[in-house]
Design a protein around this ligand. Structure first.
Ligand code: CP
Ligand code: NVA
Length: 298
């Protein structure tokens, strides 16, 4: 059966551990002489570069494709594009607006499909986040993670990932920006210890990991003015960070908007691990490719 990664719970907790271990092992030649099609409906810096380099490190050839180049769903149906790309490539990655598009690609592809971010989720980011946290604390289970901000795609995948590995997850979002009930249900299925609040002070108290993301995600630009107002009390400042554990680390998936979801002082501060986290995008992408292309790897 072809394995896909559409959301982080397409891997179980043992498989996540294998991917993280692969990320820290030397590259093999899983992709020697093979291609990887990387489709982007939205802009990207980290995801494109980390995936391309991960493919190169495994001996493969990445082909990055903008939607207008293939006419995703316009010149050709999404299903036919998936079937065509499967003829040439060992793996397909896609960054899409509608999560339904990535599901459709997976339905028709005969090679693994990796979600490189959709409006609903960002599982590749969650893998890099877990590796960064594990490298810092030497473990994952039992840690306290505070997410301050929008209950968006990054938060959803991170919450599910946390539940799978036993990280306790507290999220502070303004009223109206909480997880949808269906998301909460899926997160709770992991057996997670989940706290949802509208008070950043409550979420951050004693946390080991403090995480935030932009208030306005790609595709929500028309809501930016309202969001700036609604999230104005949810900025991660040095003052707020003092309430976390003394040994806490600060993470952000990036790109950041300094002065909005986090101050420049926090982004560049002593507890910040954002550049290690960005680097880990490449290592975990490589680890995931090794896992998906070598089913059963230990
Ligand atoms: N974190 C992340 O996915 O960054 P890009 O949008 O630049 O790929
Ligand atoms: N939530 C952000 C993440 C960017 C990596 C977005 O979807 O734009």
């Amino acid at each position: 059966m072809t394995r896909h990664l559409l959301e982080i719970d397409d891997l179980n907790s043992q498989e996540i551990e294998i991917v993280l271990n692969c990320a820290e092992n030397p590259a093999n030649s899983s992709l020697q002489g093979k291609g990887a099609a990387l489709l982007f409906e939205k802009p990207s810096n980290r995801t494109r570069n980390s995936m391309e380099m991960a493919v190169v490190q495994l001996g493969g050839h990445p082909v990055t494709i903008r939607p207008d180049e293939v006419g995703l769903g316009k010149r050709e149906s999404t299903g036919d594009i998936a079937r065509t790309l499967s003829c040439y490539h060992a793996v397909i990655g896609a960054r899409v607006f509608d999560h339904g598009t990535i599901k459709e690609l997976a339905e028709y592809a005969t090679v693994p499909v990796i979600n490189m971010l959709s409006d609903a989720s960002h599982p590749l980011q969650a893998l890099a986040d877990l590796l960064t946290i594990r490298q810092e604390f030497g473990k994952l289970t039992g840690l306290e993670l505070a997410y301050i901000g929008d209950s968006n795609n990054v938060a959803r995948s991170l919450a599910i990932a946390s539940g799978l590995v036993g990280i306790n997850f507290r999220i502070a979002s303004p009223n109206g920006y909480e997880f949808a009930d269906t998301d909460t249900e899926r997160i709770l299925q992991t057996g997670i210890n989940l706290v949802q609040t509208d008070d950043p002070d409550v979420a951050i108290e004693g946390a080991d990991v403090v995480y935030t993301d932009v208030w306005t995600s790609m595709g929500q630009e028309s809501e930016r003015d309202d969001r700036l107002q609604d999230f104005s009390d949810f900025s991660v400042t040095s003052e707020l960070l003092k309430k976390a554990s003394k040994k806490s680390i600060f993470l952000h998936c990036l790109p950041a908007h300094p002065g909005e979801e986090a101050t420049r002082e926090v982004l560049d501060g002593q507890s910040s691990r954002i550049w290690k986290q960005a680097e880990n995008r490449m290592h975990t992408a490589r680890g995931l490719l090794m896992f998906l292309l070598n089913e059963g790897i230990e």
